[in-house]
Design a binder for this molecule. Structure first.
Ligand SMILES: *Cc1c(COP(=O)(O)O)cnc(C)c1O
Length: 360
């Protein structure tokens, strides 16, 4: 057998590791899945009804290329203009579109450390230079440092992943004023937080906001995201997205979800309540837990013989998946735990107690 022409692959691709998503066990496997920040509750009935209504012979037709019905529903839901909204195949697609619209080879993309671990591989794919600034004290945004770096695109996750903290909005506004860079506020978790950046949009034309349907809107399996930005920027971004980047079924579900956001309010309230409970329970068990504004908590393991990988493996052996980040040594003693149902969190705490007893 002759070997494939791997030397034809772009050197940047050969050199990169690629993004590692959280483990997705096969359907039907019995695990308590607290590792990828999905919503533990099913989508509301009105979303299923919309999907069912879209399931007919029209599937042979391409979807509306620019997702206009979704943009109009987003305009109704958020009080913005429909042409100031772009729809993505997940908010990860929005991130790719931003990279392709604003980043030339060699341009600097700037993010905070730690934040969403997909930003670096996306920058590398685009040929950009990825730089990180550490968060300031108590999760403050290092405005001076960020503004001084001459970046093309600055990525701020708010609430942040994996820490869960929400950096003050005034600092985001200050940064937008101090830089000519595009400032992305990645608001995948905004529905679980006390506030969000949408009110800043009209005052800062370089501000772009992304949202996801995967967490608060229970639709990670359909792949849907939104982007809010100045209409002139959105017009440029339309040029680089895939022609039909959001399929018919996803568009139908998105419209139903956006037109009935009230259906999700009790689910979000339950998750916020369980977040408070889990934070308290883990602190009782000597974990150091950061106050979270998202649908997960970031917890430093308690002192003892068992290290971070030991906790992750121990929980997994007992049927509980949590997320662990091994690319940054500083994150090794930390677990990111998705807020599940009350029953799932009971199970988690039971297994935590078992492992702690086992540790002595
Ligand atoms: C989950 C997540 C996304 C991606 O969401 P999708 O809509 O599922 O692509 C983007 N940014 C952050 C910070 C996330 O945690």
């Amino acid at each position: 057998m002759s070997s494939p022409p791997l030397d034809q692959v772009r050197p940047a691709i050969r050199a990169m590791a690629g993004y590692t998503p959280g483990e997705q066990p096969a359907d039907g496997q019995k695990v308590v899945k607290l590792n990828t920040n999905e919503n533990p509750f099913p989508p509301p009935p009105r979303v299923f009804a919309a999907l069912q209504a879209a399931l007919d012979e029209r599937l042979r037709l391409y979807p509306e290329p620019g997702s206009r019905p979704v943009r109009e529903a987003a305009a109704r839901a958020y009080g913005v203009a429909a042409d100031a909204v772009l729809v993505g195949n997940g908010s990860d697609d929005i991130l790719t579109i931003l990279m392709r619209t604003f980043v030339d080879p060699g341009d600097t993309v700037l993010a905070l450390r730690p934040s969403y671990s997909l930003y670096e591989p996306l920058t590398t794919l685009q040929g950009g230079r990825y730089e990180e600034c550490p968060w300031g004290n108590a999760g403050a945004l290092p405005v001076e440092d960020l503004a001084a770096r001459n970046a093309k695109l600055i990525l701020i996750t708010r609430p942040n992943a994996p820490t869960g903290h929400a950096t003050p909005l005034e600092a985001v506004a200050q940064l937008c004023q101090r830089t000519r860079a595009i400032v992305l506020l990645d608001e995948a978790y905004a529905d679980f937080a006390d506030d969000n950046g949408l009110p800043l949009l009209s005052r800062h034309p370089n501000l772009v906001i992304s949202r996801s349907f995967s967490k608060s809107l229970c639709l990670a399996g359909l792949r849907l995201g939104l982007c809010f930005a100045d209409a002139q920027l959105v017009r440029e971004m339309h040029k680089v997205r895939d022609s039909y980047n959001v399929d018919r079924l996803a568009q139908a579900a998105a419209v139903a979800a956006l037109d009935h956001r009230e259906d999700f309010a009790p689910l979000v309230a339950a998750i916020r309540h369980q977040r408070q409970r889990l934070t308290w329970e883990l602190r009782q068990r000597a974990f150091d837990v950061i106050d979270s504004q998202a649908n997960f908590i970031f917890a430093h393991i308690p002192p003892g013989r068992r290290d971070g990988p030991g906790w992750v493996a121990g929980l997994k052996a007992r049927g509980v998946l949590v997320r662990h980040f091994t690319h940054d040594p500083e994150l090794l003693p930390w677990l990111r735990i998705t807020i599940g149902t009350p029953e799932q969190l009971d199970r988690l705490l039971e297994e935590v107690d078992h492992l702690r007893a086992d540790n002595t």
